[in-house]
Design a protein around this ligand. Sequence first.
Ligand SMILES: [Zn+2]
Length: 369
Amino acid sequence: MPETHRFLIMTTDPVHIGTGGMRLGRVDNTIVREPGTNLPKIPGTALHGAIRAYAARRYGKPQCAGRGGREGRKHCGRPTCPICYTFGSVQGEAGSFSGVVSISDARILLFPVYSMVGPVWVTSPGVLEDAGLGNNFTVSPDKAKWDGNGELPTDKPINLGWLMVEREDNFPSIQWPDEIPAQIRNRVVLVSDKLFSQIVNSNLEVRTSVAINPETGAAEEHALFTYEAIPRATVLWFDVVLDDFRNSFPSTAKLTEWEQVLDNGGEDEKKRLLKKRKVWPEKEEQDKVEEAISRAKSWIAEEKYSENGETKWKWTKMGCQNGNETILCLINSALEWAEHLGIGGMGTRGFGRIKKIYCDPVEVKNEQN
Ligand SMILES: [Zn+2]
């Protein structure tokens, strides 16, 4: 059964996921937007790529990051590899196979703008509804709703960036996840969908940068360019759908079990195990069978590493021990690295960092063979 997990993230840097250097108006490098609402977003493909890359590097198999398929950059593509199993593999040792996660676009939930009373976070009825936080919220097209909780004035209009809006009423009552910081929750402002799109698009970061010549490390001449970015402190949400349809996720429990079958199991057991993973030879000749068994054993051995003379599972590096080696844990540990290394961006460090602030509670399910 597929399961969906909702994630909330906050940008801790400006995040720019470009459309590929298109020049539009005053900005050289525009950002990816949702058709219809024209709201910037982080495409699921960019999230998928970053999560895969950090999972592979943290786990200790950098060759399994990326798209694979290219010479020299091939995924291991083995059914014993949690990275390839999770995200899929192109032309690995066990052929090509699809992954078991799909990651949606990250969409803006709360967008920070400056006001004379400090930063406020705007959102809209359509945005809240899409994020599953309730429906039937209303607000007049040119007004706004915010709470009289002492943070924002209730007796006068406030500015949202350049735009002055009058207060219509309290912000509707919403069950925000506790993980959204109170200083954000207490400063939320509801505006109409149309106004929201205008406010977001006129308050994106526009930065100027200079292209660096990779050989000399110096700035290229005439290489000044601008790009737009989702500002820091924006809250976005995305969904991760897990569908482990093969039910063979290589947790340490599974890897240990397979290892025991290959070492001590009967011939039928070994055959069943390897056939299911397409490692069993077509012609059942003794030497081919033995070769398949020893290959599978070496694959499992490569999911371990040795440290101070002690052999450990590579899983140990993911912070997912004690029987919690799940797909969701793999994604969460990859996201921990995105807090420091960022996603996509302009190819520079310290840009595009995101912080996970919420993931819905982990369901524990009993895996079967
Ligand atoms: Zn792999």
